[in-house]
Design a protein around this ligand. Sequence first.
Ligand SMILES: [Zn+2]
Length: 440
Amino acid sequence: MELHIGIDDFDSPRGMCTTYFGALIADYIKEKKDIVFLDYPYLIRLNPNIPFKTRGNGAVSLHLEIRDVYIDDFLDYLEQGVWEYADLKHGKSDPVILVSLGKRIDFFREIYRRALKELVPSRYVLRSIKRWSNIKIIYPKTGRGIVGAVAAIGAYKLKDFTYELLFYRDVHEKKKSRAVDQKILLEIDKKYRPLIFANFDYEKKRMLALSHGPDPVILGIRSLDPYILLDIFYFLAQKIKFEKAMIYKSNQGTNSHLSDVKMIKDIRPYDSVVIKGVIFEEPTIIRGGHVIFIIKDETGRITCSVYKQTGRLNRFAKMLMKGDYIEVGGGIIPSVLHGMTLNVEYIRLIQAAPLEIIQNPLCPICGSRMESLGRNKGFRCSKCGYRSQKIKKIRKIVLRYVEPGLYIQSPIAYRHLTKPLETLGMCGKEYNNVIISPLT
Ligand SMILES: [Zn+2]
């Protein structure tokens, strides 16, 4: 029988992490002959703009084939796991394990689709899901993680995906620093890029693959091919100290949260959206170096904000002009100052407005630039003294130093879901077998 497990909200600022719990379960399953993986364990990222997410807003799901007689034992194991590993005393952690027996229902798919782009109320999902049979929900607290748990199951089977190899240290180790040599990561990056991506920001010289909190994740390497990650696993296993490792299939790096074009009038707070429109007001640079501009479509106007931290996207936004036709993707954040504001993650310049400049005419006698004698009073040449009332100002279209195309953040500002430039047009490789066992 098919069995799908969705897990969310195990993350706690004191260390526990949803993906670590997923790896624990995967470890347990790989020993059992009665349970088979239908696909890699999933690490699913949801709408990055919702306000009360835990660290990365990532949920986990496992997709299994299980012999009926083994189901009860397995459910007992999961229940014990929550009590043993979840940080139930911490207010930010509100874990949920959802077990769905049999083929999934469309409801799961629908919640995944919405949770990528919208704010989905957990109470609505919990109420709906309780009506289904063949469902077991384990939630020791309020069940806020139910949206992620349902969505992570609903992501199956992912069509556009990448992989991430995660290394974990002992869950009781809380130090912030990770003893990983930058040289090793650079060596890997040079060998495998672009089939691995978003590991290093060469401009800021920062290791993006490295984790920095009290959680058990040491580092994560993202790739389009799990066999490359297996190679990297064997290489790194000799160089770093770790307790566990796991390859997740993921919607990371696919931009799947930015796939709906919305009209401005239909936008709601915390949506992840794409808008097409014309720049209505010249971009301005505000304190802190952030760029603000207003875009309009047939239904309304909205303020867009491009943070300084987005690096090359921020620098590009400064070159935009009134009248430019663009597509922007990002998250809607309610702002006291600007009302609803689109926090920009990418800009596609579709058509640059022509730049017209108006100059005083050149003197027909000596060729110098003439000076104006005032409105409708004509021009005078300061060099040879020639005057004329008939001569007119010159209108000229000049070249803009922007090129139509896609502009995204510097790697340091990537969201988990951001599709990096180096993988544009590429997607993850599908294999029939799942690599779990050599890793732990
Ligand atoms: Zn002259």
